[in-house]
Design a protein around this ligand. Structure first.
Ligand code: 6R9
Length: 660
């Protein structure tokens, strides 16, 4: 029993796991990590085992201590060490004679292609770093980046890293309000954005969203604008706004020495949904984060410098930070970056790109895999995918059917699949099989990685028996973990540590907010969130945040938002709304609700169903019974409703949903 109403919130979790599969021999022969003793070695040598991760980086100054835990849970990793992330992702590869090796292969939405060698990336990053400095950006100033999937996005991130300015990338699909909230919270005075980008074939205006955000801010902001659309969307630059390409021209050939950063200095901030409405600014550091991202790219994704590696995520989320930008570039590989969607111009678009680029490793999300499965095997079958060596999944639970489909039709039964569980806060992968060592169990992510002490516990923090479900916690620190929240240490303790730790005994447990089941081999099946966070197509949305956007609408008295499984495994947002007396025009309210959610968060958070009800079901103490509403939305059997103050409302809501 794992949440306040008795189980994990997500309904798209796999109930069963499929039959185990062993790693294909052809893969094992060439894998980066093959020693099965690695689990014991890490255990015996903990925390020094993490030096293996740190050793994948080039340090300006060696660290003195692997882990400092005096001030737990404010852990410090590789203290005394100094390094620069951009140097690690670029310069050192030039120095080792790999100037002409491809760093980024960009595939544009309309078939445009761009290739950046490590040398090209070096030039671009240096010029942008010089331009940012000239605008006044100093070490530790937070630079906000609001760019879609174009090469200027990783270039901007690395330019910030080069001068020691933490970046805060805001997903391009988020609204003006969301951008303003994040810039305000981080006190950010610099913004990199663009005129617009193509969405479903149309030119979409990004700059007007950015303009609206800036109007809401108290601070003056200097903005650099990338001209992505040219004549398709003319724009004018106002005061404090600069054209990206002109700046590069001005600083053409400039170089900037990488700023040597303390291992514990902030590399970036990433905002994510929390249990209260306000997004949380997760703080990641230079040494620990980069070491963990590089190590897991090597050990879990099996990335090698000569590979063409493709993580088909958006850099606006943590997966893209760690596994499109920092991990793969730290290892000196070729990382593919794709601007478009999987079904444009046709449903074989991803396989066409994989085939043409001879992609070795492909990493995507279950929501995409379920779509591929729905479209059918003829799309991957049109292409030669024999270059693929390993497949990955991240962001949501993947159930056995799509897992097997991915294995057969994309991996041709020759590629191991790593189902990687991790979070914005963990920085990099924390739960997964090691692909050459462990058997795969479709539907179960795997055990904790070596050195990661994952425990599934009950309400009292005691480990549950195999087969039982409980709360997913981590009992020891790891290098890539968030160090705190930008909003403050108290909120960090509150969100992650207070629930299962015993500070008096100096016993610290990280709580992930997820429920999981553990089997006899220590493999975890993740069951979804237990807090008020929904996972919609691999994106974290806070129910509170959506509810507060809905309550903003005139005429709305009260609302409750729940997730509904749409039958293909995806979760949709369902909003129950009760209106104030005198507002009978439901269609007008419906439209206003959609507009309000889109402008507060973004189009992807839009409720797919809005159901009007005279009242919401409540307990005698006045708490909205969201669990019951979730059951109603999902057409489930309802349990005992006698605890309700207004049980009669449930039947009305059920009738409404059936008629809708
Ligand atoms: C990397 C990322 C984190 C939440 C996490 C969990 C869900 C991620 C998963 C998974 C089951 C997996 N999640 N990977 N659930 N199996 N392999 O997605 O970070 O955006 O912060 O989301 O995603 O619920 O708590 P983030």
């Amino acid at each position: 029993m794992v949440d306040r109403n008795g189980r994990g919130r997500s309904r798209n979790h796999p109930v069963l796991t499929g039959s185990p599969r062993s790693p294909p021999a052809s893969f094992v022969e060439q894998a980066n990590v093959t020693d099965p003793e690695i689990y014991e070695t890490f255990e015996a040598q903990w925390p020094e085992c993490w030096e293996r991760a740190a050793d994948r980086l080039s340090w300006d100054e060696a660290y003195d201590t692997v882990l400092e835990d005096e001030d737990a849970p404010f852990y410090r990793w590789f203290t005394g060490g100094r390094l620069n992330a951009a140097y690690n992702c670029i310069d050192r590869h030039l120095e080792s004679g790999r100037k002409t090796h491809t760093a980024i292969r960009w595939e544009g939405k309309h078939g445009e292609r761009r290739t950046y060698t490590y040398r090209d990336l070096y030039v671009a990053v240096n010029e942008v770093a010089a331009a940012l400095r000239d605008l006044g950006v100093e070490e530790d100033d937070v630079v906000t980046i609001y760019l879609p999937m174009i090469p200027e996005l990783p270039i901007a991130m690395l330019a910030c890293a080069r001068i020691g300015a933490p970046h805060s990338v805001v997903f391009a699909g988020l609204s003006a309000d969301a951008l303003a909230t994040r810039m305000d919270a981080a006190d950010s005075e610099y913004l990199l954005t663009c005129d617009g980008y193509y969405r479903r074939g149309d030119a979409f205006n990004q700059k007007s969203k950015a303009d609206n955000a800036l109007l809401k801010l108290e601070q003056d902001v200097q903005a650099v604008v990338v001209d992505r659309l040219g004549d398709d969307l003319p724009h004018v630059l106002g005061d404090g706004e600069y054209d990206y390409h002109e700046l590069r021209e001005t600083f053409s050939g400039a170089t900037v020495d990488p700023v040597s950063r303390d291992a514990e200095d902030m590399l970036f901030l990433m905002y994510t949904s929390g249990t209260t409405g306000e997004p949380k600014g997760v703080v990641h550091t230079t040494g620990g984060y980069l070491a963990h991202a590089a190590w897991t790219s090597h050990a879990v994704l099996d990335v090698k410098p000569e590979d063409t590696y493709w993580c088909a995520a958006d850099i606006g989320w943590i997966t893209g930070h760690s596994y499109i930008v920092y991990g793969p570039l730290a290892l000196g590989t070729t990382t593919v970056m794709y601007e478009g969607t999987p079904d444009y111009p046709d449903r074989d678009r991803l396989w066409e790109i994989a085939d043409r680029n001879a992609v070795d490793i492909f990493y995507t999300a279950p929501t995409a895999i379920r779509a591929f499965m729905k479209w059918g095997p003829e799309y991957p079958d049109r292409h030669d995918l024999s270059s693929l060596r390993l497949l990955g999944s991240v962001g949501e639970p993947i159930s056995p059917r799509p897992w097997n489909w991915y294995y057969e039709h994309v991996g041709r039964e020759a590629c191991p699949i790593v189902d990687t569980w991790w979070q914005t806060e963990t920085g990099a992968v924390t739960v997964s099989t090691l692909p050459a060592i462990d058997d795969m169990k479709p539907g179960a992510a795997g055990p904790g990685l070596p050195g990661i002490d994952v425990r599934v516990v009950d309400e009292a923090g005691e480990p549950v028996e195999p087969g039982e479900s409980g709360y997913l916690t981590i009992a020891r620190p790891w290098p890539g973990m968030a160090r705190t929240l930008y909003d403050g240490d108290d909120r960090y303790l509150e969100e992650y540590w207070n629930r299962f730790s015993d500070p008096e005994a100096d016993d610290w447990r990280y709580f992930s907010g997820d429920a999981a089941r553990i089997d006899d081999d220590g493999y975890l099946t993740v069951l979804g969130r237990v807090d008020d966070v929904m996972n919609v197509s691999g994106r974290r949305l806070s129910t509170t945040e959506i509810e507060s956007a809905i309550t903003d609408v005139a005429g709305v008295a009260e609302t409750a938002v729940v997730g509904r499984s749409n039958g293909t495994g995806d979760t949709e947002v369902v909003a129950y709304v009760s209106t104030e007396g005198g507002h009978d025009d439901e269609n007008a309210v419906r439209e206003a609700v959609v507009d309000s959610v889109e402008s507060a968060i973004g189009p992807f958070a839009r409720p797919s169903r809005i159901l009007f009800t005279p009242e919401l079901p409540k307990t005698r103490s006045g708490k909205i019974m969201r669990r019951l509403l979730e059951d109603v939305a999902n057409g489930e059997e309802l349990g005992d409703t006698s605890a309700l103050r207004n049980p009669e409302i449930v039947g009305e809501i059920q009738a409404e949903i059936r008629d809708d």
